[in-house]
Ligand binder design. Sequence first.
Ligand SMILES: Nc1nc2c(c(=O)[nH]1)N[C@H]1C(S)=C(S)[C@@H](COP(=O)(O)O)O[C@H]1N2
Ligand SMILES: [Mo]
Length: 515
Amino acid sequence: MQTPDKQSRWTWLRHAVYGVLATLVGLAAAHLVAAFTVPAASPVLAVGSTVIDLTPTPLKEFAIRQFGTADKLVLVGSVTIVVLLLAALAGVIARRRETVGLLILVGLAGVAGVLAVLRPSSGPLDVLPALVAAVIASTSLWWLHRVDDRSTEGPSNRVDGPRPTRRGVVLATGGLAAAAVTMGALGRWVTSYRLGGTDVALPTATDPAPAFPQGLEKMYGGITPLRTPDGDFYRVDTRLTVPAVDVDSWTLTIDGDVDQEVTLTFADLTAMETMERDITLTCVSNSVGGPYVGGARWLGIPLADVLAKAGIDSTKADQILSTDVDGMTISTPLDVALDGRDAMIAIGMNGGPLPRTHGFPARMVVPGLYGFVSACKWITRMTLTTYDAEQAYWTERKWVTDAPIKISSRIDTPKPLSTSDAGTVIIGGVAWAQGVGIEKVEVRIDGGGWQEAKLGPQVNNDYWRQWYYEWDGEPGRHLIASRATNKDGEVQTDVRMTPFPEGSSGLQEISISVT
Ligand SMILES: Nc1nc2c(c(=O)[nH]1)N[C@H]1C(S)=C(S)[C@@H](COP(=O)(O)O)O[C@H]1N2
Ligand SMILES: [Mo]
């Protein structure tokens, strides 16, 4: 026989589980409905995206630093945990005051619905998933209560009588859990099915890039490959899900202070002159020695040609305000974009179409500027305007508007805190100084003098350069630092700066041991 204390604890727990289960079923149903209508309006995503946008810049920086590309997973996880805690609370409350418990669930769904509708690119269909969540979650909780009453009340509930039958409760909770898993999985499948392919026919570049040299990575394992494969290319954006863009209905509009607004289709773009360039992208959130930098071969239409379609000779604009499929904005200084560098609307990466994660079907690429002021993915609009008149997403968050990539170098091998065998140790990595090019890289051991490293093949000045240094390592702990010098003689500074608001600076120094 159970003590009253144990029994009441079990009752609490059971009702908390009812709340959580009802909520999960509601979320799964909503996810499924969202998959068929607007995937981004799924409650967890709608709440998560809003949290991302409202997160203060320092916290966001911290999240990117701590969790890297998993920052969003951590975020969605946290949102989910908070929601499920509230759901458990609703379940417990509903035991005594059913209406209040049900209203909490409806309220939770309501918040998700409001946030879904407030998203910049929302339409009327966006409330649907939250509505479904509200109805399914509250009905499920209501039903679980009925089942619970039937199973645990009545003569069988007498302490001296036979034990209450829990069969009904087990069946009902099991059934709901199975329904949640099935609907959730189906939702995922439908979403990925609807995403479709990114197969598009790309033109051969009218202005091709020179042959790509053999990198050092084959010879010295551990050095970053000279060209980053698509799958390894860093990804930084504010999106929780990757947008699915239908290339046949996709268009790029150039408007604002232009001679005439134009809207181009993908076919219009591919019919224009195209150039192919090897360019190293860098994220402003990259800390010194960090991973958010990658080199790829881009195929695109010169930005100047695209803007010329709308006519900007007499424009008073000082920025290009780019908008993506979801209303996210990125601003680029107009004079920098048009100063003769290889700025483009890219439609290809490393010989294929842009992967969906990197902006399919088109994105901006401007060598020499950090991605947050130059590399708008899933671009749909370029508005010629002024910084006074309109502010992009990161401008509102107080990041700088003109952000040239800072000269930097990274040690790829040996890894920090690793152990190497005494004798010849290859120290190697990559260095970049987009626009100017790398002149030399130097290595410093244990705070001694700077020793010149050997450079890998030159691709072009907008591309990073591999380097290595053969070091005779003696047993013990050692500190290894690197620094780059660009072709103008500018040396990578040892003055440390955080990524916010204009990019990190300083030297990377790692500690290793030799045995
Ligand atoms: N639409 C959109 N474009 C975007 C972003 C974004 O959040 N949304 N992030 C930018 C940032 S901060 C960087 S560093 C680059 C990264 O490009 P990648 O993910 O292809 O490496 O994309 C830029 N373009
Ligand atoms: Mo970035």
